[in-house]
Design a protein around this ligand. Structure first.
Ligand SMILES: *Cc1c(COP(=O)(O)O)cnc(C)c1O
Length: 469
């Protein structure tokens, strides 16, 4: 199976290369040249499988011949071993036709674990097979950093440098990163904002000498392997609720369009998905697009759901590529226009097609609090400020011909302040996390300065090499 770039100017790659490269050289995103499909009979054959068995059965369609069957089986089992719930992704019923799939039973209590645990295993397998190592550098405003650290800690082929803005992530979020003391994990607190962190990371990637010398790579949400891993839980929920005989809708709180894109991939693979409902916070670039057909960048606002505070939905480019029927020239024009003017329009026809797959709703902070309270009073469930946006979007969609599964993307204990402001009390921390507030932390403080970051990365990599010899 080949992976092609949305912008059409980079070489086609296999799964291994697409995973290790992340972003395409032409600035585009990789996706399968054609969608693998499962027949109704094949989907029926997935009923009753455990989560790791299901993950193997789905992901092998994407890894194709890059990972031998036995290896892939072991690798997904290892990836699932760190989850705290036997079902891995359990489903709860909220009302007659509304279900909640809890994607927060991984090591860092957010759905990003479902992709990053597997991505870590894939990196280790590909790199050690090729006798290579790489240096992963990333920036985080919270959830991505801890999930990447949990997925990559202790791997011998990877060194991970994770930047976060000093004093601008919550205590729990910081400690989930800095209390991991594995030798290959390097936490950096930057005196600056999240954007400063991201710009520092970008400068390192743009320095081609540095990038080549230290084999820089990324595990951010544009990595196709992450999307592939997320497809699994869509199959999980739909099959549990009656697919392929019955249509299912999903409601997904999303910012970067990563999670909901995995739902679209599942639909293209043959899963009977009726509608993919998108929930946005006040950073509503996606909801505005599905209202008007115009994608328009605006300044980012801080909200109660910080993991969805984005100005641009980077994974949308993959869906746009589908909308323009894989015409990479047209896609390139639209992205160019967005770069220059901060907006593009797709016109009526394309918008109507897009609306057959998706609908979208936004929630203000005020309504977020109100809906957390109302749902708690009605069901007794404490729902985190991201997941509640999915619940509310599903309710706004209204009349349901098909059951709707809301993806619950984080455990409420990760956002105690938001829950407190809605309910007047803080959610209890799960047992696994209760000692996190007393564990030893390790973190390097750095100024918002690129040469200082380079010097630090080099010093760590050199000392790793010399301590090995
Ligand atoms: C990252 C994150 C999201 C948004 O994910 P997308 O990739 O933008 O779909 C939603 N909720 C939580 C808790 C997250 O950590």
């Amino acid at each position: 199976m080949e992976y092609i770039s949305t912008r059409g100017q980079a070489p086609a790659l296999n799964f291994e290369q697409a995973t290790l490269n992340g972003l395409a050289d032409d600035g585009g995103l990789y996706l399968p040249a054609s969608w693998p499909t499962l027949s109704q009979g094949e989907i029926r054959g997935l009923q009753g499988k455990s989560y790791p068995e299901l993950a193997y059965s789905i992901i092998r369609h994407f890894t194709y011949d890059c990972v031998p069957d036995e290896v892939l089986k072991k690798l997904v089992c290892d990836a699932c071993a760190g989850f705290r719930h036997d079902a891995v992704a359990p489903i709860k019923q909220l009302d007659d036709q509304l279900f909640l799939m809890e994607l927060f039973h991984g090591p860092t209590l957010a759905f990003k674990d479902y992709a990053l645990q597997i991505l870590g295993q894939l990196f280790q397998y590909f790199l050690s097979r090729g006798g290579c190592t790489c240096t992963i550098i990333g920036a985080t405003s919270g959830d991505t950093g801890s999930a990447a650290i949990a997925g990559l800690k202790g791997l011998s082929s990877v060194e991970l440098f994770m930047l976060h803005p000093h004093n601008r992530v919550s205590d729990v979020q910081r400690r989930q990163m800095t209390t991991v003391l594995a030798d290959n994990i390097h936490n950096i607190a930057v005196d600056g904002t999240f954007d400063d962190c991201q710009n520092m990371v970008k400068s390192l990637f743009n320095d081609l000498d540095f990038k080549g010398k230290y084999a820089l790579s990324a595990v951010n949400s544009i990595n196709w392997a992450r999307i592939a891993a997320q497809v699994v839980y869509y199959f999980r929920a739909a099959i549990a609720l009656g697919a392929p005989e019955r249509e299912i809708s999903f409601s997904v709180p999303t910012g970067n369009f990563g999670n909901v894109l995995a739902g679209y991939a599942a639909k293209k693979m043959g899963l009977p998905i009726k509608k993919l409902i998108i929930g946005s916070n006040q950073n509503d670039i996606l909801t505005r697009f599905f209202e008007s057909g115009s994608m328009e960048r605006r300044d980012v606002q801080t909200t109660l759901s910080p993991s969805m505070d984005i100005g641009i939905s980077s994974n949308f480019e993959r869906y746009l590529f589908e909308l323009v029927d894989h015409d990479s020239g047209r896609l390139h024009e639209l992205m160019q226009e967005f770069q220059e003017k901060g907006r593009f329009d797709v016109g009526r026809d394309m918008l109507n097609r897009a609306r057959q797959d998706f609908s979208a709703y936004r929630l203000t902070d005020e309504d977020t609090r109100k809906d957390i309270r109302a749902t708690y009073e009605a069901t007794g469930e404490i729902i985190d400020p991201h997941s509640i946006i999915g619940v509310s979007a599903a309710r706004k969609e209204g009349f349901r011909e098909a059951p709707v599964v809301v993806l619950a993307t984080a455990h409420p204990a990760k956002f105690p302040d938001a829950i407190h402001s809605a309910l007047g009390f803080e959610p209890p921390l799960p047992d696994e996390l209760s000692d996190i507030l007393t564990l030893e932390e390790r973190c390097q403080n750095l100024p918002n300065d690129i040469p200082a970051l380079m010097k630090f990365v080099e010093s760590r990599l050199v000392s790793e090499i010399s301590s090995e010899s």
